[in-house]
Design a protein around this ligand. Structure first.
Ligand code: G3I
Length: 462
């Protein structure tokens, strides 16, 4: 079935009850001590996501879906958005599996990492047989068509996957994609940006866990892209590990972050007897890097893993939490929260003397909410991401007013509904993001034409 945006939003509305329930359970996932009891809630405390790769064929398995709904806030389709799945015949697109997963995510308030627009593996047979300019044309059409189909609905795309060679060369991997010309990666990123300006665009690879020839080759490419304005927003570190990550795992993430890109752990699974410690080490490294946006495990239960027999995931075949789960949860809970409340030094109480006329009491920690806008602009357009943060009380609905400069106009949006498109625009929460715990945040965004430089925002609880 081809899922249109209308049927998608209808499906999302139909699931409003489910999403509301989820919102409540996310709030309940924080104990009285402040430690969160699910991976997603624990990661959210420091503004991060915690995701899993999901197979559409498993969405009928209730144990699988219960864990997915309870624990994870981001979904990567394990195979359903790959080239062989989405364009099995040239120019004929099939989004059934990808849409199923996207719909599951939207209806439960989760976001989606798109995986992967171009990869030398899982090319459909017709593309495997192509070379040169004909292939280049087909590759770019694929990027444009798929990114356009999912426009505004994807948090981040793995635009190019695994294009660098293993070993000491630090160079590109040979493939028919690479043989179309060394500029194929930047051409793919530009095509993806043009098709979906709201999606973060990532380069994703494996064996890049420490500073080595391969990761340095990728580092140099990202540095070059940033210096020439090629649109790249993030680098994915697959992190298929056996035992501890290398000692310079965090330093390697940090050197990429210092180039001005987000880093994401995209396909984490860890084999070996030291698994619980190793999972803790990876998680601590991510939360120590401000631009490490989140972690995704490559599957949910050991029995779902592509690494048959290695039991590399956080849940056993029966869906029970493993020791590795607790290591990850503890490391997420230990992360520095975003919006930490500044500890106040207790002052010595002064002895009241002459009674003073009572003044209207001021609320020490105002409830309500605040909103901040970050802009990603280009000549003639922009994407605005708005962070809504609850004050000292939980929100059960919010309204944000943004003031756009003249000439700017909203063209599309996600995770909020708006009245108006120019000047003063009011945004209201949707079903799944109205409930925000005290001090916590949620995000929505919009895309527009013109320049939004100077935009201001205010927030009110509703
Ligand atoms: O669905 C068909 C089934 O109908 C058929 O009977 C069976 C026979 O081989 O194949 C099934 O498809 C398999 C598919 O997984 C679903 O299980 C493919 O053969 C198999 O090649 C495919 O493997 C996937 C692999 O990527 C190649 O695309 C794995 O599930 C997936 O976990 C793995 O994921 C990759 C990331 O995309 C990139 N990084 C590495 C990672 C692990 O290899």
């Amino acid at each position: 079935m081809k899922m249109t945006s209308r049927s998608l939003s209808r499906a999302a509305l139909a699931s409003a009850f489910l999403a509301t329930t989820l919102g409540v359970s996310l709030v309940l996932a924080t104990s009285a001590t402040g430690a969160a009891s699910t991976l997603g809630a624990a990661a959210a405390q420091s503004g991060r996501y915690f995701g899993a790769a999901v197979a559409a064929g498993k969405l009928g398995d209730s144990t699988y879906v219960n864990i997915l709904n309870r624990e994870f806030t981001m979904i990567t389709p394990e195979n359903e958005m790959k080239w062989d799945a989405t364009e099995p015949n040239r120019g004929q697109f099939n989004y059934s599996g990808g849409d199923r997963i996207l719909n599951q995510a939207v209806s439960t308030g989760k976001r989606v990492r798109g995986h992967a627009l171009l990869w030398y593996q899982q090319e459909p047979g017709w593309a495997q047989r192509m070379e040169g300019s004909d292939l280049r044309q087909a590759m770019m059409n694929h990027v444009t068509q798929v990114a356009t189909h999912y426009k505004g609905k994807i948090y981040a795309w793995d635009v190019v996957n695994e294009a660098f060679a293993d070993g000491g060369s630090g160079g590109r991997r040979d493939s028919n994609l690479q043989r179309t010309g060394n500029d194929w990666i930047e051409a793919a990123f530009r095509a993806a940006r043009a098709a979906d300006p709201a999606a973060k665009l990532c380069y994703n690879d494996y064996n890049t866990d420490g500073v080595n020839a391969k990761s340095t080759g990728i580092y140099n490419m990202v540095k070059d892209f940033k210096s020439r304005g090629v649109p790249i927003d993030c680098v994915g570190f697959q992190s298929h590990l056996s035992g501890n990550p290398p000692g310079d795992y965090q330093a390697n993430l940090q050197r990429f972050a210092d180039l001005g890109v987000e880093v994401q752990i995209t396909e984490l699974d860890i084999a070996g007897s030291n698994q619980a410690n190793a999972y803790g080490a990876v998680t601590r490294a991510c939360v120590a890097v401000a631009r490490c946006a989140g972690i995704t495990t490559w599957g949910i239960r050991d029995t779902d893993s592509w690494r048959t027999g290695e039991n590399p995931l956080l849940f056993d075949g029966n869906g029970n939490k493993k020791a590795a789960y607790n290591s990850v949860l503890d490391a997420l809970n230990a992360a520095t929260p975003t919006n930490p409340t500044t500890p106040t030094t207790p002052t010595t109480p002064t002895t009241p003397t002459t009674p003073t006329t009572p003044t209207t009491p001021t609320t020490p920690n105002p409830s309500g909410c605040s909103a901040s806008v970050s802009l990603n602009s280009w000549n003639g357009g922009f994407v605005a991401t708005v962070k809504v943060t609850a004050g000292s009380s939980a929100l059960n609905g919010w309204r944000v007013t943004t003031n756009l400069p003249s000439g700017a106009a909203v063209t599309s949006s996600w995770s909020a509904s708006n009245s108006g498109t120019t000047g003063s625009v009011t945004w209201s929460n949707v079903s799944y993001n109205g409930t925000v715990a005290a001090g916590q945040s949620t995000e929505f965004g919009f895309q527009g034409t013109g320049s939004a430089e100077g935009i201001t925002s205010t927030c009110a609880a509703s």
